[in-house]
Ligand binder design. Structure first.
Ligand code: ZN
Length: 286
């Protein structure tokens, strides 16, 4: 290929009308100006930059994934702990209620026995009365105690119904508690495993990221970090996939795709501002 004079004016990134992107564009354009080599060299240089950027992106995305996985687990564990504690409290309350109801039933049973004893005594006394007035007074006492027994029996029925209900509720809560405890145990061990497993991996990825960052010019790195921070999913460098930006899925015209493939300049997506690489370059780094 014939060498030709590089044209600094031919900026790395094509002009676009988005203000946010324009800021990135000017920075990247400046970088290009500083790399004033012959065209082939520029191609190689740009290709190296794109490779370095995309490698860094892949590495950083791995760190993001670890953080996402671990980021949800502690919350899930916390939620389950709260749920388990809530169920335990609910069961404790039910147990207390049941004990109280059982005591109330026993009290009423004792009261019935007492009334029955009194009735028996009054009936015996009725056999030895001296006059009708005494007999009637005892009859009234017997009627009163009979009513007391009826009332106590009614209360026992009510308490028993409440007891049955509470016992059913306690059983349901206990089943739920068993399930939640199992879930909690599983999530806890999952979290422990992930932390143990990813701690080293994450450390290595961070070291790798630092090494990769050293290979990228500061201005380009600043642009990368800024785009990554603002971009959804932390993607600052994306491949062209099915004629679209791999970040925002906007259509990329064939001429622009060709420009991306030529590696003559760093091109960003007109719509989302992400740095674009061709699929061939991306695939070669997988
Ligand atoms: Zn885009």
């Amino acid at each position: 290929m014939a060498k030709s004079v590089a044209k600094p004016a031919e900026t790395i990134v094509e002009e676009n009308n988005k203000a946010a992107v324009a800021a990135e564009t000017s920075e990247i354009a400046e970088i290009h100006v500083s790399v004033d080599h012959g065209k082939d060299e520029t191609e190689i240089s740009i290709e190296k930059k794109l490779i370095a950027l995309y490698s860094l992106q892949q590495n950083d995305s791995k760190i993001d994934r670890i953080k996402i996985v671990r980021g949800e687990l502690p919350l899930e564990v916390e939620d389950l702990e709260d749920e388990v504690a809530g169920l335990e409290t609910r069961i404790d309350n039910f147990i207390q209620e049941i004990e109280m109801l059982e005591k109330q039933v026993t009290d009423k049973q004792l009261a019935i026995k007492e009334s029955q004893g009194l009735i028996k005594r009054y009936e015996e006394q009725q056999n030895n009365v001296r006059n009708n007035r005494e007999y009637d007074a005892l009859t009234k006492e017997i009627e009163f105690q009979s009513l007391e027994i009826q009332l106590a029996e009614k209360r026992i029925r009510e308490f028993s119904a409440q007891l049955a209900m509470r016992k059913e509720e306690i059983e349901n809560a206990q089943n739920e508690l068993t399930d939640r405890r199992n879930d909690l145990e599983a999530k806890r061990s999952e979290l422990t495993d992930i932390v143990a497993e990813t701690e080293l991996e994450e450390k290595e990825l961070h070291l790798m990221s630092e090494r990769q960052q050293k290979m990228i010019e500061e201005r380009l790195l600043i642009a990368y970090k800024r785009i990554r921070k603002n971009a959804r999913n932390g993607l600052a460098v994306v491949p062209v996939e099915r004629d679209a930006c791999g970040g925002c899925f906007s259509y990329i015209p064939p001429q622009r795709q060709l420009d991306i493939k030529l590696h003559k300049k760093i091109i960003v997506c007109e719509f989302c501002g992400r740095i674009l690489v061709d699929k061939e370059l991306a695939d070669s780094l997988v």
